[in-house]
Design a binder for this molecule. Structure first.
Ligand code: PLP
Length: 380
């Protein structure tokens, strides 16, 4: 079995697992229980993990708040921000290719009277910066555009967008679920007010993630989850210390995984796969800009073969997906490829393949063999 669905989730690696187990054994006390030594020890650990994540991601000290992951972060940021302006009809700008946890939250907010603009993308899957400039209005309070798309891997111009937001005095949020751990990243290089990410996208455990928030005093006034006021009131609920320990370890490994030589090797593997695939199967089309996308992601469409049929035939040998894993239950065509104005056949026939840092050339050659044989058998 070859696992090529790493944009859906990655395996937890041994170094991370060891840290989680160690934390569960040794630091089981609640970090909020400051009345005893064990609790104080856990609270010290929590601070160490937060400091280490902030340092490794170039974030200001104490700007990271822990929670269950990017879905919760995205919900919190959008909903808490709207609550900051109870008497105004506010305007939020996002894009048509965001993850459903942004789009469905925006849909919910629209039903409550918030005005939302969904920016278009070009044929290569890149959000149009000029359309952002012209979408900003007097009542625009937030711009939310993802760093990299989960289906195509296409990188979005978040540097320019963050700068435009700042020039216009608008807050900027970016969903970094597919950026952190996949390419080198530092908050120091961007004008970002809020960001979201999940540990399980970079070899950490599932169900733990964080919000990056430059202005903690803004959003903790209107949290999504009320309770014991952990995380400075931002996110109540007992802290998942072992999960956070694992995430801190996983973040500390990003520099090594995303070193230039590793990124280049992965990109070469991607080009090799694309060349062999397009040389061997007539009519294959690559979706999204190959050169402006994550080095681990390839999105392609087969000619005359629906992805649902293809995936059924291949699922015992290779783990692949069509569109995003979280949406596959819906059996709807990809909203991302639709936004790129691709035709319906190309959308219905699309496959997403995503490597991890342990994917080898041998895995790729074997996968290509299986894919080519499956397509030939179907067509022949
Ligand atoms: N945002 C993006 C871009 C994603 O790819 C995902 C996961 O697929 C999410 C948000 C949601 O992450 P989680 O399921 O960890 O909350």
């Amino acid at each position: 079995m070859i696992y090529l669905d790493n944009n859906a989730t990655t395996p937890v690696i041994k170094e991370v697992m060891d840290v989680i187990i160690n934390s569960m054994i040794n630091d089981y006390a609640n970090p909020a229980s400051l009345s005893h030594f064990e609790g104080i020890k856990s609270s010290i650990r929590l601070k160490e993990y937060r400091d280490s994540i902030c340092e490794n991601l170039g974030a200001e000290i104490d700007s990271i708040y822990f929670n269950s992951g990017a879905t919760e972060s995205n919900n919190t940021i959008l909903k808490s921000l709207v609550e900051l302006f109870p008497t105004e009809k506010i305007h939020i700008i996002t894009s048509k290719i965001e993850h459903k946890c942004i789009l469905n939250t925006c849909g919910y907010l629209e039903s409550k009277g918030v005005e939302i603009t969904y920016l278009p993308v070009n044929k290569n899957g890149v959000v149009n910066v000029d359309s952002l400039r012209s979408a900003i209005k007097k009542n625009t309070r937030l711009i939310s555009v993802m760093g990299a798309n989960n289906e195509t891997g296409v990188l979005q111009p978040i540097k320019e967008m963050g700068n435009i937001a700042k020039e216009n005095n608008v807050l900027f949020h970016t969903d970094l679920a597919q950026v952190i751990g996949k390419i080198p990243f530092s908050f120091k290089d961007y004008n970002i007010d809020f960001a979201s990410f999940s540990a399980h996208k970079f070899y950490g455990p599932k169900g733990v993630g964080a919000i990056y928030c430059k202005h903690s005093n803004l959003l903790n006034r209107y949290p999504l989850i009320h309770g014991g006021e952990q995380e400075k009131g931002f996110r109540s609920g007992t802290i998942n210390l072992a999960g956070i320990a694992g995430m801190a370890k996983a973040v500390s490994l990003i520099k090594e995984f995303c070193a230039e030589n590793k990124m280049n090797e992965m990109f070469e593997l991607k080009l090799f796969f694309i060349k062999k695939l397009t040389d061997s199967i007539p009519g294959v089309l690559i979706n999204g800009d190959v050169y402006n996308s994550l080095p681990n992601t390839i999105n392609f469409s087969l000619d005359g073969l629906k992805s649902s049929t293809f995936l059924k035939k291949i699922k015992s040998k290779i783990s692949l997906s069509s569109g995003s894993a979280c949406m596959s239950a819906e059996q709807k065509g990809s909203h991302v490829l639709s936004a790129m104005d691709l035709n319906e056949d190309r959308i219905q026939n699309s496959i997403r393949l995503s490597f991890n840092h342990f994917t080898t050339e041998k895995d790729i050659i074997q996968s290509l063999g299986i894919i080519i044989e499956t397509v030939n058998r179907f067509k022949g």
